[in-house]
Write a protein that binds this ligand. Structure first.
Ligand SMILES: Nc1ncnc2c1ncn2[C@@H]1O[C@H](COP(=O)(O)OP(=O)(O)OP(=O)(O)O)[C@@H](O)[C@H]1O
Length: 286
């Protein structure tokens, strides 16, 4: 098996501005302005072709941020991402134009991906058939339910045949029959040696369809490895967290916030971001 995706020390930092003027100050002051918030800190892992990787973690752990970074929708603040192939993201709201019809959205997305008119015409029936949204295909997407949007997004993304598929919660809004159809398609992708990242709050789905799991906790990798090893550790963590008293949970969350604001940063994290030299690493660091 060859390597498909490699992330090295990927960090995503946001600024927490209180007022719009704070943003201006951040741009003009030599050392910036505003509190830092680390959505991701030093994420390193690699995926092989044919891997189906479940990304798990509690709310706010960084799952969507990492899926947006792998799919190229947002840049990291620092660190590197090597992607061997075309990546397509499917998420509940991603990439559909609400004013256009389903059919027009298919055309637009395919054109943006460099498909020719004839290729789009050839693909169109397959995509429409997979989406199973009937006459709504000619209605504007703003009239779709969230399940219908997810069906259309899924149908487009799987039929354009990407090398790397990132599915962010898109199955959570579909019904069981459609979810099964998507999971079957994911299995056929796996057989073709494609890589799939699967983000879901359903541990059942993760156990059923993924061989590996990436557990994110407070923007960091807590564990990465076989599902059979990582998922029980995560479940234990959730169980222990739920057993904590109100005060213990408060202290835990305070510590997390402190860490994510960069106050508990180590020399290694600073070094990876170039901070030890007292300078930022260019525009992506904003
Ligand atoms: N544009 C932004 N500006 C500031 N903070 C952000 C921004 N986008 C995300 N965050 C923060 O980064 C953290 C990670 O968010 P992310 O959406 O990746 O989490 P998640 O694991 O997908 O959560 P959930 O399970 O709730 O969907 C959160 O604390 C979120 O508030």
């Amino acid at each position: 098996m060859s390597t498909s995706v490699v992330l090295k020390n990927v960090t995503k930092r946001y600024k927490m501005y209180k007022k719009t003027t704070d943003k201006l100050l951040d741009l003009v002051l030599p050392n910036g302005y505003g509190k830092d918030f680390y959505a991701l800190q030093n994420i390193s892992f690699q995926a092989e072709h044919g891997d189906i990787i479940g990304i798990i973690g509690v709310n706010g752990a960084g799952k969507s941020t990492i899926s947006n970074i792998i799919s190229g929708i947002i840049p990291p603040s620092s660190g590197t991402i090597d992607i061997n192939g075309d990546a397509a993201l499917i998420s509940i709201g991603a990439g559909l134009n609400n004013q256009l019809s389903g059919r027009e959205n298919i055309e637009l997305k395919c054109l943006m991906l460099g498909f020719k008119k004839q290729e789009i015409q050839d693909l169109m029936p397959e995509i429409i058939e997979f989406a199973e949204i009937g006459e709504f295909i000619d209605q504007p997407v703003k009239k779709y339910s969230s399940g219908m949007k997810s069906r259309l997004g899924f149908a487009i993304s799987v039929n354009i045949n990407p090398d790397i598929l990132i599915i962010d919660e898109a199955l959570s809004v579909g019904d069981k029959i459609f979810a099964q159809k998507c999971l079957d398609k994911m299995n056929s992708f796996k057989e073709k040696g494609k890589t799939i990242f699967f983000i879901s709050h359903s541990i059942g789905q993760i156990k059923e369809f993924c061989q590996k799991a990436l557990w994110l906790e407070a923007g960091e990798v807590r564990a990465y490895g076989p599902v059979a090893e990582v998922v029980p550790q995560y479940e234990q963590f959730v169980k222990e967290f739920n057993k904590m008293s109100k005060e213990e949970k408060k202290q835990f969350n305070l510590k997390v916030m402190e860490k994510r604001s960069g106050k508990l940063r180590t020399a290694e994290t600073d070094l990876a971001e170039g901070k030890s030299k007292g300078k930022r690493l260019g525009i992506f660091n904003r």
